[in-house]
Design a protein around this ligand. Structure first.
Ligand code: ZN
Ligand code: ZN
Ligand code: ZN
Length: 543
């Protein structure tokens, strides 16, 4: 797209592409000394984005506003009443409607959601809409839809040469896919893609298969401003960002706009790395995920320490595990092969193999809980996993998957209406886990978790719940919202919809609190007292 290359030119001082010193192929390098939390580049939108099948139903396929699933107002940046309507042609993609236009009777229904639909139509949907119609309701994988859009737009000259060449510079990993036996599946998908997109006469079978493989192994996650995954994105520039488990950059989205921002100070000519996986996982799990999906052995600073970094720390030596856990581990060793999975590797001794078996079981429970749609069921699974961690005495609270289990527990407790218990886990996370895993106050995960906690505090304040004697949830909410207001400027940028919604909320809350206490001095001392209370509440949760 012309837009993309213009943006490339304008921002070329802050970054450049060059041969990576650590990975195969090119990487993105800092073109100047950069502070932490600085935007490196801002793209109006990624070249291609493709929503999960689930999200196609409730997310605008143009601006990616996710209209459902907001919990307790943590996605305040989504305007109230935002809804999506299906494209009348293919009925597959949905576009958002603006509330104010829907209230005007003189505007016909087809004009309700014109802006987003029109933009998507002109960007290329007009060339694929009719091809999608005969497919009906049949599910199409997101990588196929993304690949279709790519081929159709190129065929109709809606993707410029520069972007196209940059895309093809990405590794297709065809040999790796042949080796792991996935190539026949890729060929099949590529055939379908050619057919649906009616591009058989423009691109060869092999070309489409390579492009499809490239999408599978290079796509980044499409996200909301609060980091909820929505699908995949493919962009010739951003997909050149290489991986590190100790990343110095991250991708953040504001609607369709996508930014690469620094996570710490970066010197000129340093390579910029993002993380493809959860970098807080233990060494063996990171390595096996990267090997399986991206076909490489990570040699980043953290991985060079192998199992000697904090991510692999145990609270006690496996040899000191309690008798009942040892017995349980022995039972697992007979029943499962957790201990032989590369991702669970802890060490070769008998006790380390027992620890690996227990770890494998905890990760298995974590995955099971993620698949459970019923909050009550998920809560039960998660609590049994957390109990196992705690009884084994092995797990520091920040060792995975304990933090991930707790994150999921909070989500499910909120869904089940168990707000006070959710609060106890938020308070624990806030005190002991978040600062350890995300040391920068502007780390986007830290900002979003703090925001989620702030919104829960506000809810508890609104219902008048007395979580503990002497606790004033309204003041705690204000403290947390203020912290997010400050850090969001750096994590998301001052002008982002997220920062704006947080800022508006803070003004509202501050006015209320000031009115309640009468003066700033009285308010400040109340704030200090409540900050202490919040810290204490970090010890309320059972696990
Ligand atoms: Zn939209
Ligand atoms: Zn359509
Ligand atoms: Zn690594």
């Amino acid at each position: 797209m012309a837009q993309n290359s213009k943006q490339l030119e304008a921002k070329s001082l802050l970054y450049y592409l060059a041969r990576s010193k650590t990975c195969i192929g090119d990487g993105i390098f800092a073109g100047a000394d950069l502070e932490g939390g600085e935007p490196v580049t801002t793209l109006k939108r990624p070249l291609i984005a493709s929503l999960e099948s689930e999200r196609l139903k409730d997310t605008c396929a143009n601006c990616f506003v996710w209209t459902e699933g907001s919990s307790l107002g943590s996605r305040l940046y989504v305007k109230e009443g935002t809804a999506v309507q299906a494209c009348a042609g293919c009925r597959r993609f949905r576009y958002c409607s603006r509330v104010h236009t829907r209230r005007l009777p003189m505007i016909s229904p087809t004009h309700n959601f014109q802006a987003c639909q029109k933009a998507a139509w002109n960007r290329g949907h007009k060339h694929e809409c009719k091809n999608l119609r005969p497919v009906g309701d049949k599910e199409i994988p997101k990588a196929v839809l993304g690949c279709m859009e790519l081929l159709v737009r190129r065929k109709h000259k809606l993707i410029d040469d520069e972007s196209w060449i940059m895309l093809q510079a990405l590794d297709s990993h065809i040999d790796d896919f042949m080796q792991n036996g996935k190539y026949p599946g890729i060929e099949l998908m590529a055939m379908g893609t050619s057919e649906f997109s009616a591009t058989q006469n423009t691109f060869t079978k092999e070309f489409v298969a390579a492009m499809y493989a490239r999408i599978l192994s290079n796509a980044l996650t499409l996200i909301t401003p609060t980091f909820d995954p929505l699908g995949i994105l493919i962009d010739p520039l951003l997909c050149h960002a290489n991986h590190s488990c100790e990343p110095n950059a991250y991708v953040v989205m504001d609607g369709a706009q996508v930014q690469l921002r620094t996570l710490r100070e970066v010197k000129k000519d340093e390579e910029l790395y993002i993380s493809y996986i959860d970098p807080t996982n233990p060494f063996a799990r990171r390595q096996s995920e990267l090997q399986e999906r991206w076909f490489f052995t990570c040699k980043c600073i953290k991985c060079q320490q192998t199992i000697n970094s904090d991510e692999d720390e145990w609270l006690i030596r496996p040899t000191a595990m309690p008798q009942n856990i040892k017995e349980m581990a022995d039972m697992l060793l007979g029943k499962t092969d957790h201990e032989d999975e590369p991702a669970n590797y802890v060490g070769d001794s008998a006790y380390e193999r027992r620890a690996a078996a227990v770890q494998g079981e905890v990760f298995r429970l974590h995955e099971e809980a993620q698949r459970q749609a019923d909050p009550a069921e998920a809560i039960e699974t998660i609590e049994s996993a957390l109990r196992l961690c705690s009884q084994s005495l092995l797990w520091p609270v920040y060792r995975q998957p304990q933090p991930a289990l707790r994150d999921n527990l909070i989500v499910n407790l909120l869904a089940a209406g168990k707000h006070e218990l959710a609060w106890a886990h938020c308070a624990k996370r806030h005190r002991y886990i978040t600062p350890k895993l995300y040391p920068q106050v502007y780390h986007p995960v830290r900002v979003v978790q703090t925001w989620q906690m702030a919104m829960l505090a506000q809810y508890l304040a609104s219902t008048g719940t007395e979580v503990q004697p002497g606790v004033d949830m309204a003041v705690i909410a204000a403290v947390l919202i203020k912290a997010v207001t400050e850090s969001a400027k750096t994590s998301h940028g001052v002008d982002s919809a997220f920062s704006r919604s947080v800022g508006e909320k803070y003004q509202e809350v501050e006015t209320e609190i000031l009115a309640k206490f009468g003066s700033r001095d009285v308010m400040e001392s109340a704030v200090k007292a409540q900050e202490r209370k919040m810290k204490e509440m970090g010890d309320m949760a059972e696990f």
